[in-house]
Write a new protein. Structure first.
Length: 200
């Protein structure tokens, strides 16, 4: 399925690098880059980038054109790649993806109990099983008004990606499950890796 609406973005330097690699193949002009979600490792997706014949894709896959480069996005990966960007980082390619393997939670999923009980249930039942694979956990410190204060621990404490994890995964899941919550604040002291700076 060809499309003019881009699901992923490829920067100019990444496009040049990919085309240089493709040009080493004997049938370069007939090859597309296939970008797929290969799985998940805790809070991050893992990816598979391969060259495939441009005509060798499923009817439900998306075929994008990035300059001279056709890009095949398998149908099973499309939702998880929406808004992702491919760029050069150091000597290789890197993917920035606003999506997270943390499962999407139906709006208003947590409807029983107080706000504190409902947020606690979302963390216990939905969030922590996903981030435990990354060696991390999240706990509710307190709810004040419509603001939930969370503490991240384990692999999430001191992690440079903690802010992105909170914003793209945990915060979105909590707000979706408990619509009354309008703000989710990380109160972990990531600098010391020990004591939180917020006390309820």
């Amino acid at each position: 399925m060809a499309t003019t609406d881009r699901i992923v973005t490829i920067t100019d330097d990444a496009l040049r690098a990919i085309l240089e690699i493709r040009d080493r193949e004997p049938d370069a002009a007939d090859l597309a880059l296939r970008l797929a979600i290969a799985g998940a490792q805790g809070l991050d997706f893992s990816y598979e980038l391969t060259f495939v014949p441009v005509d060798d894709h499923g009817d439900d896959d998306v075929l994008e054109r990035h300059g001279e480069l056709p890009v095949v996005l398998p149908s099973a990966s499309i939702d998880h790649l929406q808004g992702a960007s491919l760029h050069v980082q150091g000597t290789g390619l890197a993917i920035d993806n606003p999506n997270s393997p943390i499962p999407k939670i139906e709006p208003g999923a947590a409807t029983s109990g107080t706000l504190l009980e409902r947020v606690t249930a979302v963390l216990r039942d939905q969030i922590n099983p996903a981030i435990a694979m990354h060696g991390g956990w999240a706990e509710l410190v307190n709810v004040e008004g419509t603001t939930a204060y969370l503490r991240l621990g384990g692999g999430c404490q001191g992690c440079g990606m903690a802010a992105m994890t909170l914003r793209h995964g945990i915060e979105r899941a909590v707000k979706s499950a408990v619509p009354e919550i309008t703000d989710v604040i990380d109160v972990t002291d990531h600098a010391s890796g020990a004591n939180p700076y917020y006390e309820p």
